[in-house]
Ligand binder design. Sequence first.
Ligand SMILES: [Ca+2]
Ligand SMILES: [Ca+2]
Ligand SMILES: [Ca+2]
Length: 155
Amino acid sequence: MKTVVLIGVLCVLSVEGQTVAPELAKFMAQVRSIVEQLFGRADVNHNGRFDLQDLGNVFQEYDTDGDNEVTKTEFITRFANNSNFLLPVARGLFFDLDMDKNGQLEARDTQLYFDKIDHNDDGQVDHQEFVNYFTQLFQVLFIVAIKADQAIPGN
Ligand SMILES: [Ca+2]
Ligand SMILES: [Ca+2]
Ligand SMILES: [Ca+2]
């Protein structure tokens, strides 16, 4: 799995300290490739853009009980899919998505989030906007996940 490779790279990264520019470049390339895959999945209607319809589809996928709200539990359960490593990533992503910070995701969060990713405010999230935004976000979240992983006592 991609995640395993990523963990390997990040372990090297944290052990070697500052002198790891090539490893860092490799890590960033891997995150980018994961985000590219994510775009392929997120662009449900395959029009080369991530639009509100796609976002709605993703929302429905996560709203397991169909009550038009995605709770933290619904989101984390589905995203992390029993992977302990992905738990902090899922939490961070949920926090980012919950624009009004009320602890659950609703339609207004998706609209606000869409506007946030739509960097040039043209009402569309194109491929580049999507990849730029999520590559940056996931780089931070994966590093947080690695640190959390290392912080577990006995590790
Ligand atoms: Ca729900
Ligand atoms: Ca919310
Ligand atoms: Ca745009």
